[in-house]
Design a binder for this molecule. Sequence first.
Ligand code: ASP
Length: 333
Amino acid sequence: MSRVLIIYTGGTIGMTLTENGYVPNQDRFHAQLMKMPEMSSDKMPKWDIVDMDPLLDSSNMTVEDWNSIGQIVADNYQNYDGFVILHGTDTMAYTASALSFMLENLNKPVIITGSQIPIFEIRSDGKDNLIAALLVAGSQKVNEVCIYFRGELLRGNRAIKYSADGLMAFKSPNYPPLAEAGIDINFNESALLPKPESNFRFQSLKNIPIGVIKVFPGIQFDLFRGIMTQSLKGVVIETFGAGNIPSNAKNLLPIIKTAFDNGTVVTVCTQCPQGTVHLGTYETSNALKTAGAVSGKDMTTEAAVAKLYYLFSKNYDTDTICRQMEISLRGEM
Ligand code: ASP
């Protein structure tokens, strides 16, 4: 029988309503797990649970919290066949992306899930998400960081939170689901990452100064001059379509050029949920390329941000970081 460690970080799945809104309720969540007959079924892997302290609404997650979660996985790596991370949905895609890089040469499933409705409420999606995530974590079929939500197993660094209130809260617009849970859980074997060739290693992250700029019509680039200093290590620009910016706004390119000269890694992603950046297809993106920006291709902003944190935490030089931003490290592009 396989063994799974549940790492409970917080999130709606275990929240109850207070006069200030929903907050995690640790005791009630544990009591609920004990009450669920499915959790002691012999069809389930054997599980243990460890709680983060404090439990968080995932909007409060920081790089330090990613380090704590990753450290728990690393400390328990040899003792379990898989891991389930219970997490709020708001920043789940960021945590999934970050962990996908931090857990190097991962050889076991790390499945992140949560719910849109607390597990105590009658229409909760939490029960199915938790049970299916545990089954996948105990199945030894995948060796990557995934999000399981509402019948779909998604590569973590390809997922985005797509709906603020729908139960199908996550999508992976540029990569197919790794598994679909209908009557059976069917794995999409050809979409899974291959087994790693080296030993597992945990890379913690440093809280590197990083920025995200979303371009919009009428954007006044001068406002960003103040943040484009030497202390800004990386910036993700969410551009229109295939990597386009208003190239007739003469004040943008000097700013990008300054960033480049400062050693800031400028990564171009698209605002479109689906498709990829092609720098140079249009005159409006060519200038970014000339100014030294790197293409984030079809990476999500969440993955690009996490990858910048990761590569800077490895202390690589700027050229290496620029090169690695444009190649796939964990199936993120
Ligand atoms: N605000 C909550 C969180 O991210 C939302 C959720 O879990 O669905 O923790």
